[in-house]
Design a protein around this ligand. Structure first.
Ligand code: ADP
Ligand code: TYD
Length: 209
């Protein structure tokens, strides 16, 4: 594959969408073709799964069903969108990928990393990002930023304890996969964060990650 696969991770409200826009500008200014996509979703089937998995009407959804739905959305996404884009030499910026499932389903729901890794290896044929940027923010601050209240989706409305667990899991994964996952402190002003991200991307383009 000729392209570059970058996943962007972090709690809701950590600033992923904000920074992805700048990342897209960064690559396009250097003449690269960029695909910006997201999970769950990114395909017609994936967007249907997104509606299902985030729907507040389905409080009875089992943890295993939830994990398999995220993996199913991802399988379609990899086959229909991500691999073809990489084969065309594009830079793929993916808002959440397997690490989100490790964190929210593996740790948050308590299904364990092993099980989540195994269904996702199957779903993606082990397609792993070249680089993962993790925006690190304290769970309290991220919840404040998104100010969810009654508006939040099924995952956002989880307890603070769930989000605290997810945050520790992100830190654990960053240690386990230190080569791939680069942590950027997200409790700073937007331009400072953007500068750090661009430094990482410069390095990646020079082949020095
Ligand atoms: P995510 O995609 O991770 O959920 P967003 O980029 O949508 O996060 O940001 C969530 C909210 O926080 C938005 O209102 C956004 O404008 C704001 N925001 C993003 N980055 C920062 C930052 N560095 N400082 C303060 N607010 C921010
Ligand atoms: P996201 O699109 O980031 O939400 P928003 O548009 O509200 O910022 O993700 C939706 C939710 O799905 C988010 O709370 C995290 C959760 N999620 C998982 O639990 N597992 C996964 O594998 C993925 C991709 C997302």
């Amino acid at each position: 594959m000729k392209g570059i696969f970058i996943s962007i991770e972090g709690m809701d409200g950590s600033g992923k969408s904000t920074q992805i826009k700048y990342m897209k500008d960064f690559f396009e200014a250097r003449g690269h073709s960029v695909l910006h996509t997201r999970e769950p979703g990114g395909t017609a089937i994936g967007e249907k799964i997104r509606e299902l998995v985030l729907n507040n009407d389905y409080q009875e959804m089992s943890d295993i069903t939830e994990a398999l739905l995220y993996a199913a959305s991802r399988a379609q996404h990899v086959k229909e969108v991500i691999r073809p884009a990489l084969n065309e030499g594009k830079i793929v910026l993916c808002d959440r990928y397997v690490d989100s499932s490790m964190v929210y389903q593996g740790s948050g729901r308590g299904l364990g990393y092993e099980a989540i890794k195994s269904i996702n290896d199957f779903a993606t044929s082990c397609l792993t990002p070249d680089l993962t940027i993790l925006f690190d923010i304290e769970p309290q601050m991220s919840l404040q930023r998104i100010n969810i209240g009654e508006e939040g989706d099924r995952l956002e409305r989880e307890t603070l304890d769930f989000h605290v667990k997810a945050h520790s899991a992100y830190m654990e994964l960053a240690n386990m996969y230190a080569e791939r996952i680069k942590v950027i402190k997200a409790n700073r002003v937007i331009e400072e964060i953007r500068g750090d991200v661009e430094q990482l991307l410069e390095k990646l383009l020079k082949g020095g990650m």
